[in-house]
Design a protein around this ligand. Structure first.
Ligand code: ADP
Length: 792
């Protein structure tokens, strides 16, 4: 834990700068609109003359602040200015709900936007990105900067490459993390400068930084392409699993949600499939298939993780809300393994064309900052992953909300009853209530209970962001009862209706302890905005998910002993502090398990990340470079040498075959007199034929530019083909390494070693493909009279 005094010192510094900005306020207020707007031009001039953004901060913030007042009718409070400075400096900024993060962001976005290199606001919620982008956009445009939203407006059909270029080329861009991630991947698949639309990532503010940068970071973004050849092992691997016994041939760790084969499991595998050593490098397909099948059987539960629909297809469920995730597929063959287990229809296993984790996506920004209601508890992880500090900004008004201690019960029915009684009590006096559940199922149970009590209420489960934002905005009215899942209506402010303050404000009731302390804090933060009164309280039972999964053993023992003595109609609260402490510890354990999971995925992606950097660098050099500056003769020579060394007993037939497949169609010799055992002779012979073929090609180009284009396309195509294989292989590799940890090896080390080896193989493969495409492609004139390349 950071010492609070350190945060205090940081805040004090922000305060000092804010005072300077305050001093300029009257002066800015006295300017005409025209004079105020003219600052943008002046700032840009000063930047051009060599001044730094830092040196403009005080004035620029004063200018936006005044513009915010004139355009939006809101003048940023001092704490918002402080938050804005911290964001400009590239920190994660913790500001409580209702403190006005949207308006806060206008100041750092304007200042960074002045550079013209791009400033982005990224949020997980499309609805909010669009709303904030259009509302705040007015301020930037008024001041003479361009601002765009990074995806199609609601109702608009298309978002073309041109639109994207305008969006990413704007001074300021509002977008979602998903749109940004997929655009990044697509942009790097472009084979032509005309199809590229992104520039280097400069500055970003990530809204709900903990959700985007930490929680969703384990699920990589994936673009899938052409189907892979179906593994022939799928069916047998599935049958194999039925012959195994848990704890003997494989182990299952419920807490870590992991399964793996034991050494004895690998022995059985060797015998079952009649292979000597599954780890000798020749049986990766087998290892992959058996691991996927084992996971399908033990880690994925029907009707919890997936359903089999009436068309006999496996559909994934979102475990947070139980809804079917349309079109989502598990990667790298896992989906097919589950389909096999269920004897459902087997869907094509698609190749991973491109993939990246959010962590690595956001690390590409030169300067990254974030806003969150609850980031401080995760500061260490932010620093480790993004090198960002977390600064807590004080609230505009003192927080008057009271966070009441947890209410603990032995059984779930008792807890339900007790929390319902509390709702009835509060409802009677007219206080608005926000009942927050961990998932859709529970929210439906509460809705049913409320219905039985004839209490009118709204239920939100993150289905329609726009509609839910409107409903939740009403949740602060007198007598309102709102049941919502943790995600529903997030980011929308709950203002209190008339007369509610006097009653004690909004009451937030958490119906269980959530998987992370941060989520608890977010829920609490929904009450008590801007110094409003309010309360929060969590109802917990020993049957709650976190308690079962991460709680101390004695809690379970206690539960088993007592549960039968409990009467749901008369809930008995457990008031001993020991229980509350144990439950807090269970939540900490849950947080720490998630952290480990995230770290693992980050480490796994490290190899792909390094390779991705190299490949993208190479691609861009080719795309944007004047001339293809590859040493083609050297590549040819390397490829021919590889051919020679991989054919130790080279025959005339092999050589002829190779030439016809890889070098030229125009070859009619049989080099019977050639010294086939001599490397230099063979390589030189091939070089001569290749050069003749190249000379033939050169004759068909009208000019040097055309020739260069040809080289570029050939090399790009080869790179892309190899890279797709590589990234697909890496994705699969991750599923295999898990099984190796039992063979007393470090899985991560194995993974990186394997990844490096496959990268080196890819390099050879690349030379081979370049050679083949370069020499064997034909150039023709099509009907429209354009030159066209036909690849082999
Ligand atoms: P957060 O995202 O921090 O929870 P929002 O950005 O949704 O908060 O803002 C909360 C509410 O406060 C909004 O209705 C906004 O219009 C209002 N608000 C923010 N800053 C100011 C301000 N300086 N003056 C007046 N109203 C403000």
């Amino acid at each position: 834990m950071k010492k609070p005094s350190l945060n205090r010192a940081r805040v004090k510094k922000l305060r000092r700068i804010t005072n300077q900005i305050n001093k300029l306020a009257p002066q800015m207020a006295a300017l005409s609109d025209g004079q105020l707007k003219d600052y943008t031009r002046k700032f840009r001039q000063r930047l051009q003359d060599g001044e730094s953004l830092d040196s403009l901060l005080v004035e620029a913030f004063a200018v936006v602040r005044e513009a915010d007042r004139r355009v939006l009718g809101m003048f940023p409070y001092d704490v918002q200015v402080m938050g804005g400075i911290a964001l400009y400096q590239g920190n994660i900024v913790e500001m409580k709900t209702g403190e006005g993060k949207t308006l806060t962001a206008t100041m750092p976005l304007y200042l960074n936007g002045l550079s013209g290199d791009g400033a982005m606001l990224v949020t997980p919620n499309e609805y909010l990105a669009y709303r904030d982008g259009t509302e705040m956009g007015q301020v930037y445009e008024w001041l003479g900067l361009t601002c765009r939203v990074g995806f199609a407006a609601p109702g608009a059909k298309e978002f073309t490459t041109k639109d994207k270029r305008a969006a990413y080329g704007a001074d300021i861009t509002y977008t979602t993390n998903a749109a940004l991630g997929f655009d990044y991947l697509f942009d790097n698949l472009a084979t032509n400068v005309k199809n590229k639309f992104m520039r280097d990532f400069n500055y970003a503010i990530v809204d709900e930084a903990d959700a985007v940068l930490l929680d969703s970071a384990v699920m990589p973004l994936v673009i899938s392409g052409s189907p892979r050849v179906q593994s022939t092992w799928l069916g047998v691997a599935d049958e194999f699993i039925y012959t195994l016994k848990q704890d003997e041939e494989y182990k299952y760790d419920k807490e870590d949600h992991a399964v793996w084969f034991t050494d004895s499991g690998h022995d059985v595998m060797s015998r079952y499939f009649a292979v000597k050593d599954p780890f000798n490098g020749h049986h990766t397909e087998l290892l992959r298939a058996t691991n996927l099948a084992l996971k399908a059987h033990r880690l994925f539960e029907r009707d919890k993780d997936y359903v089999v629909d009436q068309d006999n297809q496996v559909e994934l469920l979102d475990t947070a809300n139980g809804r079917v995730m349309e079109g989502m597929k598990l990667q790298a063959g896992q989906h097919q393994a589950i389909e096999m287990k269920e004897q459902a229809e087997i869907s094509p296993d698609t190749r991973t064309l491109a993939s990246i984790t959010y962590q690595n996506l956001f690390r590409k920004f030169k300067k990254l900052s974030g806003m969150t209601g609850t980031g401080k508890v995760a500061e260490k992880e932010f620093i480790e992953t993004y090198y960002d500090r977390v600064i807590q900004i004080p609230t505009n008004r003192p927080v008057a909300r009271v966070d009441l201690p947890d209410k603990v019960y032995t059984t779930l029915p008792e807890k339900l009853m007790a929390s319902l009684q509390e709702v009835l009590r509060l409802h009677k006096i007219g206080r608005p209530i926000l009942l927050v559940t961990a998932n859709v199922e529970v929210s439906e149970i509460y809705s049913e209970l409320l219905l039985q009590q004839k209490i009118p209420h709204s239920v939100l489960n993150a289905k329609n962001a726009a509609k839910e934002a409107a409903i939740i905005a009403e949740a602060g009215q007198k007598g309102a009862v709102t049941v919502a899942t943790t995600m529903a209506g997030r980011g929308t402010d709950i203002k209190l209706g008339p007369g509610v303050k006097e009653l004690g404000g909004l009451a937030v009731i958490g119906t269980e302890k959530m998987a992370s302390k941060r989520i608890d804090q977010q829920l609490q933060g929904r009450a008590g905005r801007q110094g409003d009164p309010g309360t929060s309280q969590f109802y917990v039972s020993l049957e709650d998910h976190v308690v079962i999964k991460h709680g101390a053993r004695w809690l379970q023992k206690y539960y088993k002993k007592r549960r039968r003595q409990m009467d749901p109609a008369h809930p008995k609260e457990i008031t001993t502090a020991k229980f509350r402490r144990a439950i807090a510890q269970a939540q900490e354990a849950s947080d720490s398990a998630d952290r480990q999971q995230r770290r693992k995925s980050l480490e796994m992606d490290e190899s792909a990340q390094i390779q991705r950097q190299l490949i993208i660098g190479e691609r861009n050099r080719l795309l944007y470079g004047e001339k293809v500056d590859l040493d083609l003769p050297a590549i040819l020579r390397a490829e021919f040498t590889r051919f020679f060394t991989t054919h130790p007993q080279l025959t005339v037939d092999q050589l002829v075959r190779y030439i016809l497949d890889n070098v030229t169609y125009q070859y009619f010799d049989r080099p019977t007199t050639l010294a086939l055992a001599d490397q230099a002779t063979v390589v030189n012979y091939l070089m001569k034929i290749a050069q003749a073929e190249l000379a033939r090609k050169q004759a068909s180009f009208a000019n040097a530019e055309e020739e260069n284009d040809f080289y570029r396309i050939v090399v790009l195509k080869a790179i892309d083909e190899c890279w797709v294989e590589e990234i697909d292989g890496l994705t699969q590799l991750q599923t295999i390494v898990a099984s190796r940890s039992t063979a007393q090896r470090n899985p991560l080390y194995e993974y990186h070693k394997e990844a490096l080896r496959s990268y080196n193989t890819m390099r050879h493969d690349l030379y081979h493909r370049i050679t083949r495409h370069l020499l064997m492609s034909t150039i023709d004139i099509n009907k429209k009279g354009e030159k066209q390349i036909y690849f082999v």
